[in-house]
Ligand binder design. Structure first.
Ligand code: MN
Length: 310
């Protein structure tokens, strides 16, 4: 079975993407990793060759290749995920039996075999921070009304979990789900009047996180099997061993751990997991930068043992 993986980034998120790639390398993944990016190639990219069009390929050796695909999408990248996956599956990821998307603020902690198995016979998804969303929760009832307005039939009415759109693994047989998800994002965008932002309105708005709400609504409109895990699989709860997801605006590559700890926010598990993967095969920081980050993290963890927000 062949698998391909992709991510999307712009600006400083390339630092997270590099750590994600390193973590996959350590997990044993070998194959094609596709970076959709806006702007310049990341400074750590080393071109081994140029493919047709404007695709730059970096060969990491042993069958691990990074494909850099420039993209001009106007929407916020978070709303571009399923469309990008479909485009890549018709192109650079053409022969993949399973195709994964991971946010650039995620690192992988488990052996690659486990991720691959996760997307077998169903779509691999992980529950989000607020993971319990019962079938007749008022938010779902609002989504049901919206689906009815859109004349999209409700197919799965018993779903009770809310999944993160930060990670998705799709087997070839479920590829149509990506089309449905993309269509739902488009319709959510039409209802909102924009797809330019990561968050909209407030937590009780019909669509607060457009791409992720659209993913969960698409599941309600589909009979696709979900291979789900609890929120611990992204380190949103204790006891996780699969992925680590650094959500929120304090991205681990930006440092500032001590400052945050003094404000009562000790470094998260995801910050610690990120630091594990900044050295090889891609050197994400200079040795001096890395030393500074590590000692700041250690100091912050120490402060966090004595001082934290209630
Ligand atoms: Mn994320």
């Amino acid at each position: 079975m062949t698998s391909a993986i992709c991510t999307l980034f712009e600006g400083h998120y390339h630092l997270g993407a590099a750590a994600l790639i390193n973590s996959l390398h350590a997990s044993g993944f070998r194959g094609r990793f596709i970076c959709g990016y806006r702007g310049e190639l990341p400074p750590w990219a080393r071109a081994s060759r140029v493919e047709s069009g404007s695709i730059t390929v970096q060969d990491l050796g042993g069958g691990f290749e990074i494909w850099f695909v420039p993209t001009a999408a106007k929407v916020h990248f978070t709303n571009y995920k399923p469309t990008f996956m479909l485009e890549m599956w018709n192109g650079p990821a053409g022969d993949a039996d399973t195709f994964f998307y991971l946010d650039p603020d995620i690192v992988v902690k488990c052996p690659w075999d486990m991720l691959q198995r996760w997307a077998t016979g169903g779509i691999a998804l992980c529950e989000d921070v607020n993971n319990y969303l019962p079938p007749r929760h008022p938010m779902r009832l609002a989504w049901r009304d919206w689906l009815a307005e859109q004349r999209v039939p409700l197919v799965s009415s018993e779903l009770d979990r809310y999944y993160s759109a930060g990670f998705v693994g799709v087997p070839h047989a479920s590829r149509d789900f990506l089309t449905l998800w993309a269509r739902m994002i488009e319709r959510v965008g039409a209802s909102l009047g924009t797809l330019a932002n990561l968050k909209e309105g407030h937590a009780t708005s019909l669509f607060h996180t457009p791409d992720q709400d659209a993913l969960n609504i698409a599941l309600m409109a589909s009979s696709t099997v979900v291979n789900g895990t609890g929120p611990e699989a992204m380190d949103f709860a204790h006891g996780g061993h699969i992925l680590s997801h650094a959500i929120g605006s304090r991205k681990p590559w930006r440092g500032g751990f001590v400052r945050d700890a003094l404000r009562g926010y000790p470094p998260s598990t995801a910050c610690k997991a990120f630091i594990e993967h900044v050295s090889s095969p891609i050197q994400v920081f200079t040795p001096a930068e890395k030393r500074r980050l590590v000692s700041s993290l250690q100091m912050a963890a120490l402060i966090g043992r004595f001082y934290r927000r209630a």
